[in-house]
Design a binder for this molecule. Structure first.
Ligand code: UGA
Length: 438
């Protein structure tokens, strides 16, 4: 079986490499020639555990190839996945120009039946628009070639993308005809998912499933952050409340960790987009509007605690920041709460010394520039700093030498944005510990 995957971002590259790894012939297409050249040389555009290995292995075996020529790639392909970006427009709605340009190009160049499946997160009704774009291009060619559209949203998480793709919880496939369903069934056969974990449905429902999943997860996080803030006021411990409620299987123990707010390229964008979609249908998604508002506030929580401890004027002070990326195991800085915190600390007159195991280059080049001093390691960031802010819970930050840190920091104060430290132990070591909801 041969397929084409258009777009070599997170979703496209991981999907392409993983499909190749289970024996499918895959052409990954991107308009960015430089990116394609780099991929051919084994240089990954993103940091993702295990990705380089799987890309290089499958490229060398010949099952995975890279091209900028979409028209050529889709010849003999049974499926073309659209996995290009859908950046948020100014009003929060997802911009479909790249998705529709790909659909148009497929319509212009296809020469046989093909299933065109969207893997990018796209608003409900995009399936119809993709179909229309392909049909229009075919009409212009006076061609009556048959094709099908499908929606196959991707649920992988950054930082665990390869693993998530190879061992999915479930596969959601929106299709409208049997021939396409059969092709998709064959494509996912190597993943050996039992019947009820491949869920077939109509296209709008598949599109809606993706947004609903992310919106639900974002809701759990904002809900818990809201509760954590109340826990602090009433003298309860949000960690204990979390453990207490998480043991109820109806609630579950995942995605209820309070923190500095959710970030990344998905939750913020998708929550905005679904609110926007609802508005266009004259409906107010009130719960999600609050989810978004709570999240915006939560990004300020840690610096508020810093100001409560040291006063509003932080001029002349320096803070060590551990972690910049929006979560561990990724260099992704999109919507990272660290950006908000850095700006806030600087606005109050403070300097920031930052260390992140992977994301410093990305932070420096695109998001934070020279607003912070980038340090060689976690300890280096603490030299003569007034306090430590833990922003991203990378493994290497979990068990530092507190005695060494006590000597480096001017004040033994830790602002723990992810509740990873044991307050009792820190107290024994002479540290003051601030957490979220505790
Ligand atoms: C998310 C979803 O988890 C994936 O299923 C989905 O495929 C993906 O979006 C997407 O739409 O492409 P991702 O953005 O990679 O994946 O990151 P998550 O692991 O979901 O974390 C999102 C944010 O929530 C992070 O900032 C994280 O720190 C925060 N979070 C997560 C919490 O604050 N508390 C928690 O308990 C869990």
């Amino acid at each position: 079986m041969k397929i084409t995957v258009v777009g070599t971002g997170y979703v496209g590259l991981v999907s392409g490499a993983c499909f190749a790894d289970v024996g499918i012939e895959v052409v990954c297409v991107d308009i960015d020639q430089k990116k394609i050249d780099k991929l051919k040389n084994g240089i990954m555009p993103i940091y993702e555990p295990g990705l380089e290995e799987i890309v290089v292995r499958n490229y060398e075996s010949g099952r995975l190839s890279f091209s900028t020529n979409l028209g050529e790639a889709i010849q003999d392909s049974e499926v073309a996945f659209i996995a290009v970006g859908t950046p948020p427009g100014e009003d929060g709605s997802a911009d479909l120009k790249y998705v529709l340009a790909v659909a148009d190009e497929i319509g212009k160049t296809m020469s046989d039946y093909i299933v065109v499946a969207t893997k990018s997160t796209v608003p409900v009704t995009t399936g119809c628009k993709v179909k229309e774009a392909i049909q229009n291009a075919l009409d212009k060619r006076k061609s009556d070639l048959p094709f099908a559209v499908a929606s196959n949203p991707e649920f992988l998480k950054e930082g665990a993308a390869v693993e998530d793709f190879l061992k999915p919880d479930r596969i959601v496939i929106g299709v409208e005809e049997e021939r396409a369903e059969e092709i998709m069934r064959r494509l996912y056969k190597p993943f050996q998912l039992s019947g009820d974990r491949i869920i077939y449905m109509d296209i709008p429902s598949a599109e809606m499933t993706k947004y609903t999943a992310n919106a639900m997860l974002a809701t759990k996080i904002s809900f818990m952050n809201d509760i954590a803030n109340l826990c602090e006021l009433v003298g309860a411990d949000a960690n204990m409340v979390r453990a207490g409620i998480g043991s109820d299987p109806r609630i579950g123990n995942k995605f209820i960790y309070p923190g500095v707010g959710y970030g990344g390229s998905c939750f913020p964008k998708d929550v905005k987009a679904i609110i926007r979609t609802a508005k266009t249908y004259g409906y107010d998604l009130r719960v999600l509007q609050s989810v978004e508002a709570v999240n915006e506030d939560q990004k300020h929580t840690l610096v508020k605690k810093v100001k409560k401890h040291f006063g509003d004027d932080l001029s002349g002070m320096t803070f060590a920041m551990w972690g910049l990326s929006f979560k561990p195991n990724t260099d992704d800085m999109r919507e990272a709460p660290a950006i908000v915190m850095i700006n806030e600390l600087r606005a109050a007159g403070a300097k920031v010394k930052a260390y992140d195991p992977i994301a410093m280059e990305e932070a420096k080049e695109v998001y934070v520039g020279d607003k912070v001093t980038y340090c060689d390691d976690a300890y280096d960031a603490c030299v003569d700093a007034d306090a430590l802010l833990l922003v991203t819970e990378w493994s290497e930050f979990r068990m530092p030498s507190w005695s060494a840190l006590g000597k480096l920091l001017t004040n033994k104060v830790v602002f723990d944005g992810r509740n990873i430290y044991d307050r009792k132990y820190l107290k024994e070591m002479g540290f003051e510990h601030y957490g979220i909801g505790i």
